[in-house]
Unconditional design. Sequence first.
Length: 627
Amino acid sequence: MPKLSLLIQILLFVSALSVSSLGFATQTNTQKADEIFAIIDSGTINNSESYQLHLAQLESLVVKSDTSRFLRLQRAWCWSFTPYKKEQIPTALAFVKRALTHPELAQYPNHKLDLELCQNWFTEKHGNVEAALTGYNEIIEEAYALENLRLVADARNMRGFLRSYQGNFTQGLEDLLIAHALYQNLSLPVWAHNSLYDIATSYRRLGEHENAIRYFKRLQDNHIKNKNFDGANAISVSIAIAEEEQGNLEVAKKLLKESHDYWKDKKKELEQATVGVNIAGTLIKLGEISQARQYLNEAEPFILPTDTAFYSFLHLFRAQIYLADNQLPLAHKSISYARTAFSRVKNIRGLAQLQLVESQAFLKEEDWKQAYYALSEYMRLHKELDSKQLSSYTTEMRTRFNAEQIEQENRHLIENQRLREIELTMLEQNKLQQGIIIFLGGVIILIVSVFAYKQNKKNKLLSALTLTDDLTQLPNRRYIFTKAETCFEQAQRTESPFSVITFDVDYFKLINDKFGHEVGDKALKFLADTCRTVLATQNKTARIGGEEFLIILPDTDLAQAFKIAQALVHSVRYSDFSPFPADFSMTISAGVASLSTTDCKLSQLLKKADQALYVAKNEGRNQVRMG
C-alpha cells in the first residue's frame, strides 16, 4: 500500500484572463483534483484497480502549468507501483529518478522529500537495504526540519519495520510506536490502524507472542468487520507464524492450510506461493518432509530473488529438506542462495538459523572443522540477537518485577501453610497436647506472616505514592533525581551516552488565568499522557515542579535526544485539543543536554539543559535548543 504525505493545502488559481466559462471549468477541475488527493491521502483505497482509476481521473484534471498539483500527481504515481512484481521495481526507480529532475522541484521541498521517500522504498525492495536505511535517516531529519509530521510518520514506519526485520527490535519498535502515535494525532485512522500490523510483527520477532497475537486478532476482527477478507486472511498467516514460534505447530499448520486454500480458490498464485513457503517451514518442524517439498515445488516459480523475505526462507527450507534426504551438495547450494538473500537485508535471525543448518550438513559430511566454524558463527549471531533483545526485556522485567514478587510471596505463604498443616497432623498422632500447642503456634505464625505481608504491601504502596506525582501519575522530583543520579554514574563508568530533556509549558500562567486552574490541571495531565505516547518505555518522564518536567534518556546521545525532544514539541503543538474549552492551545519549550567529559556531577548536566531551555524561551518558545 502506498505511503503518501499530508493533503496539499488548496492553492487559489488566479488568472487575470479567467473570466470566461473556461476559467470556471478550470476552478471546478482543481476542486475535484483536491478531493481525489484527499481520498488518496486518507488511505481508504484498498486495491490497486481503484487506485489506478483515481490516478486516471487526476491525469484529466491536473495540468502541467499547475506545478504544485502536477508534482503531487507525480508523487501519487510513484506510490502506485507494486514492489511485489519484479518488473515494476526498476520501472518505479526510473520513474522517480525522472520526477526528481523537475526544474521547479526545489521550490516544493515537501513534494521533493516524499518522492525521495518513494525512491528509498523501492531501493529497499530492489535489495540495496543499506542505501535505503541511510535515505530513511536523512528523510526523517529533513521532515522534522520542515515540520511535516506526516512524512515523519511514514519514514519512521518504514525504517522501523526494516530495523525490526534486521533484528534491531528496540529501535524498530520505537520508530513504529512513534509513527503510530503521529498517525493518531494527525487524524489518519486508516494509517494508524495499518501501522498496528508492523508493531504486532515486531512484537512477534521480539518473542512477545501473546502481545503480537492480541494485536493481530484486533486487526483481523477489523478487516472482517469491513468485509476485507483478503486482509483478514493475510493476518491469519501472521497469527499462524506466532503460534508456530510458540510451539503450537498443529494450530499453525491448520491456519496456514486454510489460508493456502483461500488464495488457491481465488487463483491468487503469488499469495498462495508465499503461504506455501510458510507452511513448508511448519511441516519441516513436524517431520512431514514430503509434504513440505511439495509446497516448495509449487511456490518456487512465483518467488523471485527480489522478494527477499520469502526467497531467503524458501531456500533455507530447501536446505533443511535436502539435509533430511542426505542430498548434501544440494543443501549447500540452497544455503548459499539463502545466505546471499539474508545478508542483503542483514536479517540476523535468518542467518542464525542458516548457520545451524549448515553446521548439521558439515557434521553429516564429517567435516568437523567447517562444522565447528558454522556452529561458532551460529552462536555469535544468536548472541547478537540476544543483546538486541536485552534492553527491551530488561524494561519489561522491571515493570513486571513487583507483581511477580508479590505472586511469589503468595505462593510461598500457601506452601508454608500446607507444610505446616502436615506437620501438625503428624504431631497430633503422637501427642494431642503437643499437637494443640504446635497448632496454636502455627496459627500465630501464620497471622503474624499475613500481617507482615499486608504491612509490606502497605509500605510498598506508600513508597510508590511518595515517589509519584498525584496529579499526573508520573514519577515526582524525588524519584527522577535518584534515578538520574544512578544513570549518570553508570554512564560515567561505562562511558556510554546519557542525555536529559527539561521542558515546561509556554505561558502556563496565562492558561490558568484565562481558563482556570481546573483546566490548567487537565492540561498537565494531557501533557503527561502525550509523553507516555511519544516516548519509548525505557525513557523516564517526571514532573519536577508546577509545569516543569524532566526526561532522562539512558544510552541516548545528543542528536537522538534532540530528535526525541522535537517529536514531543511537535506532538504537543499538533495535538487534538477538542476536549478543552474553545480557543485553548498549548505549546512547550525544551532544553536538551548530554553527558560530556567536563560533567563531574549530575547538577552540571541538568544546568546545561536548563540553560538550553532558557534559550528556547528567549528565542520565541515552542521549540527545542541544545545545551
